[in-house]
Each structure stands twice: as structure tokens, then as C-alpha cells.
Design a protein around this ligand. Structure first.
Ligand SMILES: *Cc1c(COP(=O)(O)O)cnc(C)c1O
Length: 413
């Protein structure tokens, strides 16, 4: 198939494997499980190791199945290169492993996925200064920058309270100051939003979530958008400086985070994720419509105290959503009137399942303060705007009426 830049999102993903010949005309890139790759010419093996020609060395640093998925994620994000990892957290951990040194500083949104929050605490304990700021306000990001700031890290829509970072202004600020801008795009997915459009240098995706959709495989990815000038990044080791400027960041990430740290994605998981990714746009269209219907119903009900959903006009950053995203996303959270026990409410739901994944095809619910944000304690929860009664809903692809009825009958009961 000849490459055409004009194809839409789904066409591109669906046919992407066929840009390179696939064994036996197979329509899917097969699952390659071989750890080692044999060469008939030992000189070629040497030149692959020296990065002089393309090829695979050892499974920890990649294989043909992973590579096909990396290429797909690059297309989704309109990036120049992608590295896949065993989980989304491994992709975020790679930033620390490969790009930061003691004495460096980072500025991070304080509205964060709980495990990223915990990881940044670990990073802070190892000599990197971590400044947490309200990233809905670019002036707070600016005020936290120091001469040692190496990166600014934000999520698009924060989980679980759905704050939306001031993505475009933070991008401008990072560009002016020459700082690496890292955007975790998991909650929006490249279908709703491409962080490259606001100047991100690196994009994080948890492939476990909407990109896979099925909830049967863990995975993560880092995509280089090509916008960041790695020749100006202080922590690139001399060995990787030999590469062209655009490739230096990914070369160091592949070596330090995959080869040395071993946070690699398995080929079976990569295959599951690649199959899921084919329907990302179709599924997100449905989950976003379902989420809006559910949020609208909940907001109108007096038994519900608060609804947080970026697709609602009442959401504080709704303006950013309408200007940057295709839709408001598949995640919402809400607080019930205090007379209703949130656990009893959750137990009355018949379709929505109490479980802790996101971006699953099935609707999942979780009482946030008692589960995923329990460990951090009440004080930090309060600083992140998380009420003790908050219920998070990851909205699935069920038929809209069924879903709205389920959440209503649990209120009525
Ligand atoms: C789930 C999630 C992650 C971590 O991804 P895993 O694949 O579960 O490790 C990172 N960031 C965000 C925003 C997430 O929702």
C-alpha cells in the first residue's frame, strides 16, 4: 500500500502495518516472541549494534511486533518516534531513569494520576526537586521554573477530578524557555487531542487504557513529537550526542529505560493493544457521548451534589475543551448528596462494575478516596481537590440508555 498523508485517523491506523511487507501477506503484524535475532553476516550484527543500520538486537530493546505498534502510536500522535514500555507507569518512570539527574528540577501539575504522584515523591527523595503546581494556571507554572528546571509535566484531563491543564499557554511558556514539555495524553488519547498541537516535546500514553480499550493488556508509550531540540538538553550522554539532534532523546531513552532498566513491553500485549487501537476513534466517539449523557443526567438530579465532567458547560475549563479537544472525554466523577452512602450507591449499580481501570469498554466505578487515593492521606487528597465521597466513573461503550438508566435506578432505590 502506498503511503498517503491524506488518510484519516482510523484508515491510517488500520492499514499501517502494510506499509512494510508482512510475512505471508498476513493482515496483522504477527506476534514475534523470539528474544534473539540471528544474522548470516556477523559484520551486519556488529553494524546493527553500532546503530549504523536498522535491525533488532535483543528482545529487551524491541522486536518486530513492538516496532509495528510503536510506528502506529507515532502515527496516532503525529510524532517522529515512539518507544513502548511494559506499562504506562514504566513510560513515565523512563523520564526519570533516562533524562533526570540529582540536582535537576521538574515542575509537575499537582492534579495527577495517583501513581505518578507517588513516583514524583520517590524522584524527590533521590535528589530531583519536584515543584507541584496548579497547572490550570500558567502563571503558577511560570513562577515555579528555576534555572535547573528540565521538564514541565502535565496531564490533559486530570484523573479523577477532571481539571484541564492550561495546555496551550504552558506550551508557549516551555517553548520560550527551551524547556521540555511532557504531556500525559492518556485521558484524552490521540483521538481527542494531539499534544504536539500545543508544543509538547514528549507525549505519554498508557496503552492499557483507551488505546487498548479491552482491558486485557498493560502497556505504555513515549512519543517524540520532533518539536524539542535535544541538542540543548543538558543530560544527553556523549555517546548519544553522536546521533542527529532529533534522535538523541529517544536513543538515550531506549538505551537507559529499555536496555538498562528493562521496562519492556511483551509481544503478546503489544499485539492485543495494536488490535484495540484499530477501533479507538469509534469507541471514543461512543464513550464520550455516553459520558456527556450521564454527566448531564447526574448534574440535573438534586440527589447529586457535584459533577465533574469537562464536556459540561459548567466545568471551569470547558473553554479549553471546546477549543482543543474533539469531545469531553470518557471520565467523569461526582459527589452524591451527603445523605446517600457512596458504597451503598455503588452496590446498587447493576451494569457499572466497581473496578480500578480506565478506558475499558465496560463502565467502571470506584470510590476514589478509599481506594486509589487512599495511601496519600486526607491532607494531600484535599490539596488535590478530591472529596472523601468522590465516585469516579470510567464510561464504557454500553448503549447510552442502559447506562443512564442504571445510574438513575441506583439513585431512586
Ligand atoms: C493509568 C494511567 C497511567 C499509568 O498507566 P498504566 O498502564 O496503568 O501503568 C498514567 N497516567 C494516567 C493519566 C493514567 O490514567
Amino acid at each position: 500500500m502506498s503511503e498517503k498523508k491524506t488518510y484519516g485517523f482510523t484508515t491510517t491506523i488500520l492499514h499501517n502495518d502494510r506499509h512494510k511487507p508482512i510475512e505471508h501477506g498476513s493482515l496483522h503484524k504477527p506476534i514475534h516472541t523470539s528474544v534473539a535475532f540471528g544474522y548470516t553476516d556477523a559484520r551486519q550484527l556488529a553494524s546493527v549494534f553500532q546503530g549504523k543500520e536498522p535491525g533488532f538486537r535483543y528482545g529487551r530493546q524491541g522486536n518486530p511486533t513492538i516496532s509495528a505498534l510503536e510506528d502506529k502510536v507515532s502515527k496516532m500522535e503525529d510524532g517522529v518516534a515512539t518507544l513502548c514500555f511494559g506499562t504506562g507507569m514504566a513510560a513515565i518512570g523512563a523520564l526519570f531513569q533516562a533524562l533526570l539527574k540529582a540536582g535537576d528540577a521538574i515542575v509537575s501539575s499537582s492534579f495527577l494520576f495517583g501513581n505518578t504522584n507517588s513516583l514524583w515523591q520517590t524522584v524527590a527523595g533521590q535528589g530531583v526537586d519536584v515543584a507541584f503546581v496548579d497547572a490550570t494556571d500558567v502563571t503558577q507554572v511560570e513562577a515555579a521554573l528555576t534555572p535547573n528546571t528540565r521538564m514541565v509535566f502535565v496531564e490533559t484531563i486530570a484523573n479523577p477530578r477532571t481539571q484541564v491543564a492550561d495546555l496551550a499557554r504552558i506550551g508557549e511558556l516551555c517553548r520560550e524557555r527551551g524547556i521540555l514539555y511532557v504531556v500525559d495524553n492518556t485521558m484524552t488519547s490521540p483521538w481527542l487531542f494531539r499534544p504536539k498541537s500545543v508544543g509538547a516535546g514528549l507525549v505519554v500514553n498508557s496503552l492499557t487504557k483507551s488505546i487498548g480499550g479491552h482491558g486485557i493488556a498493560l502497556g505504555g508509550a513515549l512519543t517524540d513529537t520532533g518539536l524539542f531540540d535535544w541538542s540543548a538538553y543538558p543530560n544527553i550522554a556523549p555517546n548519544f550526542r553522536k546521533q542527529p539532534a532529533q534522535a538523541q532523546g529517544m536513543a538515550q531513552l531506549r538505551a537507559k529505560a529499555l536496555r538498562d532498566f528493562g521496562a519492556s513491553l511483551g509481544p503478546e500485549a503489544a499485539h492485543h493493544i495494536a488490535v484495540g487501537a484499530e477501533t479507538l476513534a469509534l469507541r471514543m466517539t461512543r464513550t464520550c457521548a455516553n459520558a456527556l449523557a450521564l454527566a448531564t443526567m447526574l448534574e440535573a438530579d438534586e440527589r447529586v451534589a457535584k459533577v465533574h465532567y469537562p464536556g459540561l458547560a459548567s466545568h471551569p475549563q470547558h473553554g479549553i475543551v471546546t477549543s482543543l479537544f474533539r469531545a469531553g472525554g470518557s471520565l467523569l466523577s461526582f459527589e452524591l448528596h451527603e445523605a446517600i452512602d457512596p458504597f451503598d450507591y455503588l452496590n446498587r449499580l447493576r451494569l457499572a462494575i466497581p473496578a480500578s481501570n480506565l478506558g475499558d469498554n465496560r463502565t467502571l466505578v470506584i470510590p476514589v478516596a478509599h481506594t486509589i487515593f487512599f495511601e496519600m492521606g486526607a491532607e494531600r487528597r484535599a490539596s488535590m481537590g478530591i472529596a472523601e465521597s468522590l465516585i469516579r466513573v470510567s464510561v464504557g461503550i454500553e448503549d447510552t440508555d442502559d447506562l443512564v438508566k442504571d445510574f438513575r435506578q441506583a439513585l431512586d432505590a
